[in-house]
Design a protein around this ligand. Structure first.
Ligand code: ZN
Length: 430
């Protein structure tokens, strides 16, 4: 049997050694960033860092300025087309991708051969974590456009000896047919799209539980870590579900192991910090800050992900020493909704709605009425008795979250469907 690890020495290293290695590699990144690329040269020098030796501990690193997406986008606008962050001559870069652009102007990311190899290596941890390897056939239900999406995962599967099947340029029906025809064993998609495939399969009369798919690796949204969404995925496909968080700006940074005890942080390739959003001090719950260690050609130092996570230091049964975030990414810091004084992440609403199998799709709208916050959840359902379902969901939200939303039922097929990142929440209160 293959090793459960991609890099046993790195994945099981004692904390002290892990941190020593992180520091060594972080200093290499800082050295490269100081040598070339105006963006980090200015940022680091303004923080008093003129040589890598100025960062002699991880505490020193934690005193460096943050990097934000807004800064990266502004830099790219000021220095088109790739920005001033690159540390190598532009002709060394062989690959371009971009962010999905769901939250504004897409950010372009270019990689050298070496930094692209690093992306692929990161996927080695993800696949071994899910025990995916030789004999597996990966079906990537993904459009293969400029968005990074599953591009790196698709190529990275080479490192664990799995066959890769591109699912671009196909309808949902064609993808489902391909999965059966080609004997695909692993589905790669957003959680939303995997559920949409399940809905389409039902209308085709196909039983996905009888398909050869046995595992799903899901990225792009936190759904695979939302308990009721995960349960729906497992139920519809009869597969084992793995959450994988990653970011175009940073790289693929987290993976789930066979213990399903939350998402492991890929600590041999990144430095992670969790900061309390109010105090800005290190804590166990708050915003995730990431520094990548293997991408000196396109460095990111102390990147504010905007993702809220909860960290645990409890060891994992798999033997990895990488820390975990149970529940994956809880939500985007700036997506947190305040409804009648209650703090609610959209994932909490999804977790309630997805407990009801008959809900195919939903949206959430927020508005002010008579100086009060109102939430309306709109459902699409296969069932005739939409009203009973709407009432049940309203009650459940009230019980779990402490306020009562309006719940309405939309005609079948009228709510938007998504292949990449779903957008279901619309806040009309300004
Ligand atoms: Zn584990």
């Amino acid at each position: 049997m293959a090793s459960p690890y991609f890099d046993a020495d790195g994945e099981t290293a004692p904390r002290e050694i892990l941190e020593q290695r992180q520091l060594t590699r972080a200093r290499r990144v800082i050295e490269a960033a100081l040598a070339h690329g105006a963006f980090y040269q200015q940022k680091l020098r303004s923080a008093g860092v003129v040589s890598a030796s100025d960062v002699s501990s991880l505490d020193d690193l934690r005193r460096l300025p943050f990097t934000t997406k807004a800064e990266l986008i502004a830099d790219q606008a000021a220095h088109p087309p790739f920005g001033s962050r690159l540390t190598e001559p532009v002709e060394h870069y062989v690959r371009l991708h971009q962010t999905s652009g769901t939250t504004g102007r897409p950010l372009r990311i270019v990689d050298t051969d070496e930094s692209w190899d690093w992306w692929l290596r990161c996927w080695g941890y993800i696949y071994r974590g899910a025990a995916v390897g030789p004999g597996d056939r990966l079906f990537a239900a993904f459009s293969f456009g400029p968005f990074i999406g599953f591009w790196s995962g698709f190529e990275g599967a080479r490192l664990v000896g799995a066959m890769r099947i591109p699912g671009g340029g196909q309808t949902t029906e064609q993808r489902i047919q391909q999965i059966f025809d080609l004997g695909a064993t692993v589905l790669m998609s957003t959680p939303t799209y995997a559920l949409r495939m399940a809905e389409t399969a039902r209308s085709m009369g196909a039983d996905l539980r009888a398909s050869p798919i046995r595992k799903g690796i899901h990225a792009g949204e936190p759904g695979a870590s939302i308990p009721s969404t995960r349960a729906q995925l497992e139920e519809a496909w009869g597969m084992e579900v793995f959450d994988h968080p990653g970011m175009t700006e940073v790289g693929p940074w987290g993976f789930e192991c066979l213990e399903h005890a939350g998402v492991h942080l890929l600590e041999s390739e990144y430095i992670f910090e969790v900061l309390d959003p109010t105090s800005g001090k290190p804590g166990d719950e708050g915003e995730l800050i990431i520094t990548n260690l293997g991408r000196g050609a396109n460095p990111v130092i102390r990147y504010r992900t905007g993702d809220r996570v909860r960290l645990t230091r409890e060891p994992c049964g798999c033997g990895r020493t990488f820390r975990r975030i149970p529940g994956g990414v809880i939500g985007r810091i700036d997506d947190m909704l305040i409804v009648r004084g209650v703090n609610v992440f959209p994932s909490a609403i999804e977790n309630i709605v997805r407990r009801f199998d008959d809900v195919h799709e939903f949206t959430v709208e927020l508005y002010r009425e008579h100086e009060m916050d109102e939430m309306e959840i709109c459902l699409e359902t296969a069932r005739g008795d939409g009203d009973g379902l709407a009432r049940a969901i309203a009650i459940q939200v009230h019980v779990d979250l402490g306020f009562r939303p309006r719940v309405s039922v939309a005609p079948a097929g009228t709510l938007p469907r998504f292949e990449l990142k779903a957008r279901r929440v619309f806040d009309h209160r300004s």
